[in-house]
Design a protein around this ligand. Structure first.
Ligand SMILES: CC(C)(COP(=O)(O)OP(=O)(O)OC[C@H]1O[C@@H](n2cnc3c(N)ncnc32)[C@H](O)[C@@H]1OP(=O)(O)O)[C@@H](O)C(=O)NCCC(=O)NCCS
Length: 172
């Protein structure tokens, strides 16, 4: 399975990727942004990237054009009948943030999910202060739809913004 973008390719995750994922998982800022979703052991990797798990979630590894594995993009909480799902995305190497890989992978993934797999609705949750991620989502056509407010007295809060996109909103 391979989907080609301009700066990235999307492909299946392989057991040889596990060491990198476990290394990325030690980055506190990354794991905070992705709500501690990354696996913490080889056993957890084997479960998360197993064939059985793939029946419930569509997970792709992101690689750059040199074939270097740099992140993950997936949809989960899939409602197959309604073709709805929740998006999850990260670039694992912090020094690669802000270089256009996330946007390209997201755009490529949404093109595939909407136009090849015929999904009708994708939503996501993102921390209110994760400006880079929000910008990346808006550039693809996601719209802010609501906010889940936690610790509302804190300035740097953990509020979550809810965003969504339909195929007609995907920017060219
Ligand atoms: C969120 C993430 C996937 C975005 O991918 P990326 O490759 O870093 O982002 P891009 O380079 O594609 O940038 C997207 C846009 O954000 C802008 N941007 C970059 N850094 C920014 C910052 N600190 N603040 C605001 N905007 C920023 C870019 O300029 C670009 O917009 P432009 O093309 O109009 O200039 C990536 O940063 C990441 O994995 N972060 C950690 C994990 C995470 O937050 N995942 C999302 C959880 S909801």
């Amino acid at each position: 399975m391979l989907v080609n973008g301009k700066k990235t390719n999307l492909r299946d995750i392989r057991p040889t990727d596990f060491d990198k994922i476990l290394k990325w998982q030690k980055n506190k800022l990354l794991t905070y942004f992705v709500c501690n979703k990354l696996p913490m052991s080889i056993k957890e990797c084997e479960i998360r990237y197993s064939e059985a798990f793939k029946l419930l979630n569509q997970i792709f590894g992101i690689e750059d054009k040199n074939g270097k594995f740099i992140g993950e993009i997936e949809i989960d909480h899939i409602k197959w009948k309604d073709k709805q799902a929740e998006l999850f995305l990260y670039i694992g190497e912090e020094e690669l943030w802000g270089k256009g890989y996330g946007f390209d992978a997201l755009k490529t993934f949404l093109d595939y999910i909407f136009n090849v797999r015929n999904f009708k609705y994708i939503y996501l949750r993102v921390y209110e202060h994760n400006a880079r991620a929000i910008k990346c989502y808006e550039k693809c056509g996601f719209k802010k739809r609501g906010i889940l407010k936690f610790n509302k007295d804190k300035i740097d809060s953990d509020n979550l913004i809810l965003m969504d996109i339909k195929p007609t909103n995907l920017k060219k």
